[in-house]
Design a protein around this ligand. Structure first.
Ligand SMILES: [Zn+2]
Length: 483
């Protein structure tokens, strides 16, 4: 495919074609291409990108995509078809497997003092309650630390309840502060003799949607059933406890493990024109929880990275110097299964990963550039922010901070990571709930993400391995502008 006629297509299809833009293109087509001009072309074209159409298609035509499910398999087929239609190369699925888990019926009811139903959902990986459910006294704790401080055996036969609220923050740090109630709470309660655990949802909304998410059973404790309550239901319980009443609950959860199931990563590329063996990785995850349609987590990320690569395919004056690889990871939610498989399968190639980025924080605008790169490399990112990202309203952040969860398995190989941090104030209102649907996505902020990802991907592909630990290799293989 010759990229030149395509580069002009969005302009001529527009109502007006400004002389200024034509002269920008004239510049690009001339031999002396400069990076700034190329990036301005990409950033201008991002306004008309197809990111929203991609997430709309995924969430409508596939819906929720639980790891290992038949729906996740349909999502892989959807991705192959979509990436093919968009014109990418080297499209393939790299298969692996994941322990299957399915949610069943889930009911919680206050038996006394004030009989009523509660809105709950099982945590991912939870075992079921005994047949017929279990009825027991509920014991409240304000925090996980309080539960940890309870004497051994204090919860014998009872249901633990942790009512720890998550603070709302722009950068998502509130999540890190409380997520252990979900991941570790079940085994902490089990170690004290509890028969089950309920937690206040790890989320920031005030709607009656409980938030699911993975738990991690410790090997040394019995596995007990675990569920999250919506925030208003946790508040309701707290009002009842404030009346100095003992609370008895009936809990019935019927999830089940379904054995090893297929999962996998879907990969597509724009082959590099000079160093095709060197990779710029743009990642997101294809799986979602089962309650909503996984629009913000992580349909938005799938759309952002795919549309950013498509922007380069259609609007850059020539192919990128290095390969831009889109990786849509499988089974992220249940323990980074696809990402770990990628790191293993591509171990030989990881030293040639110039940089990796992942979009997995919803659809809010990018406001800050961060990194996880060697200290001596950080000034390069500062100049990237100043020269090319400030005009997208992106401010400088910090080093040793960035990276989506699917990039954690790349860290031991020292793959440099760039973080385009999104404003996440709404993200945990929707995260892992039935309310995570496509109507929550603002197409305008999605486009700003696409511009930011395309900018960094093109820039990194041209600047080359100056990110790597061995700087001497950098100067040798970096193409100069216009090469
Ligand atoms: Zn996610």
């Amino acid at each position: 495919m010759c990229p030149y006629p395509r580069a002009a297509r969005p302009l001529v299809s527009g109502v007006t074609v400004s002389l200024t833009m034509l002269s920008v293109f004239a510049l690009v087509f001339m031999a002396g291409v400069d990076l700034d001009t190329e990036l301005r072309v990409l950033q201008a074209a991002a306004k008309e990108n197809e990111a929203f159409a991609i997430v709309e298609s995924l969430t409508t035509e596939v819906g929720s995509r639980l790891a290992g499910s038949e729906a996740e398999a349909r999502a892989r087929a959807w991705a192959v078809k979509k990436l093919t239609a968009l014109g990418f190369k080297n499209i393939r699925v790299e298969s692996t497997s994941v322990p299957g888990w399915e949610r069943g019926e889930e009911v919680a009811r206050i038996v006394r003092p004030f009989p009523q139903n509660l809105a709950i959902t099982a945590l991912g990986g939870s075992v079921a309650t005994p047949a017929g459910g279990l009825s027991a006294e509920l014991l409240p704790f304000e925090t996980l630390t309080d539960l940890q401080a309870a004497p051994a055996g204090a919860l014998h036969g009872k249901i633990a309840f942790i009512n720890q609220a998550m603070p709302k923050t722009q950068d998502g740090s509130g999540y890190g502060a409380v997520v252990a109630i979900r991941s570790q709470g079940p085994s902490v309660a089990a170690a004290k003799g509890a028969a089950a655990i309920l937690i206040r949802s790890v989320g920031t909304d005030h709607h009656r949607f409980p938030h699911t998410g993975m738990l991690q059973y410790a090997d040394e404790s019995p596995k007990i059933p675990a569920a999250a309550l919506s925030a208003p239901d946790a508040d309701q319980l707290s009002r009842i406890f404030a009346r100095k009443e003992k609370v008895f609950l009936h809990l019935e959860l019927k999830p089940r493990m379904t054995g090893d199931k297929p999962t996998g990563n879907v990969i597509a590329e724009i082959p590099g024109r000079i160093h095709p063996e060197e990779i710029i990785l743009l990642g997101a995850h294809l799986d979602s929880w089962d309650l909503g349609t996984g629009a913000v987590d992580d349909g938005a990320g799938v759309a952002i990275v795919t549309a950013a690569a498509k922007l380069i395919l259609d609007h850059s004056p020539r192919p990128p110097a290095r390969t831009i690889r889109v990786v849509l990871f499988g089974a992220e939610e249940v323990g980074l299964v696809g990402a770990k498989a990628y790191a293993k399968r591509h171990a030989d190639e990881l030293p040639r990963h110039i940089v990796a980025l992942e979009s997995d924080f919803g659809a809010g605008p990018v406001y800050r550039l961060s990194g996880h790169v060697p200290d001596r490399t950080w000034p390069i990112l500062e100049s990237l922010q100043k020269k090319y990202l400030a005009r997208l309203m992106i401010v400088p952040g910090e080093n040793h901070k960035a990276g989506g969860p699917d990039l954690y398995p790349l860290r031991p190989a020292k793959v440099p990571i760039i973080g385009l941090e999104q404003d996440g104030r709404d993200y945990f209102d929707l995260h892992h709930t039935a309310d995570d649907t496509v109507d929550k996505i603002n197409p305008h902020s999605l486009s700003q993400n696409v511009a930011a990802y395309a900018t960094v991907a093109w820039w990194a592909s041209e600047i080359g391995p100056r990110f790597r630990l061995k700087p001497e290799a950098a100067e040798k293989s970096s193409p100069t502008a216009g090469e």
